[in-house]
Design a protein around this ligand. Sequence first.
Ligand SMILES: Cc1cc2nc3c(=O)[nH]c(=O)nc-3n(C[C@H](O)[C@H](O)[C@H](O)COP(=O)(O)O)c2cc1C
Length: 156
Amino acid sequence: MEFKSDIFSQFDKKWALLTAGTEENFNTMTISWGGLGTLWSRPVATVYVRQSRYTHEYMDDNDYFTVSFYPEEYKKELGVLGSKSGRDMDKMNDSGLTSVKCGESMSFKEAEVTLVCKKLFKQTLLKENMPIDVADACYADNDLHDMYIGEVIEIK
Ligand SMILES: Cc1cc2nc3c(=O)[nH]c(=O)nc-3n(C[C@H](O)[C@H](O)[C@H](O)COP(=O)(O)O)c2cc1C
């Protein structure tokens, strides 16, 4: 089988923003781990959020989230949103991007594509279920990832 585009680079190299919350109260963060696929006969997006992230609270408190992809020129902004926490900065106003309501959630005007997702499933990636070298390399501090799977209900 041959893929015509480098789909595995979509998250890893291009990065994305994961956003959850309402117009009045939302948070966003940069992600580079994730996937697109099919589950329970639905199109889904899967993201992995460490429990320490401020965005984690928004993922738990809201039924919808967005995954948005950006042109290369916004790499700097995505770098900031991936290194500063919404606990310490007003991401809504100071990110350099323009927030917009997007379906039942939020995204940014500069996005090339936004996937609006309805939360379907959450599970913690337990250390005992992964290879020891991964557990040692990624979770020595026990800041585990929770996996969220959302049904892609709109592509904007
Ligand atoms: C390129 C890049 C990719 C990242 N990918 C993830 C990811 O997939 N999951 C995650 O939990 N954190 C990831 N992060 C880290 C968060 O974006 C970062 O900790 C952010 O400041 C969290 O913001 P928050 O506390 O406002 O949620 C990534 C950071 C960068 C720069």
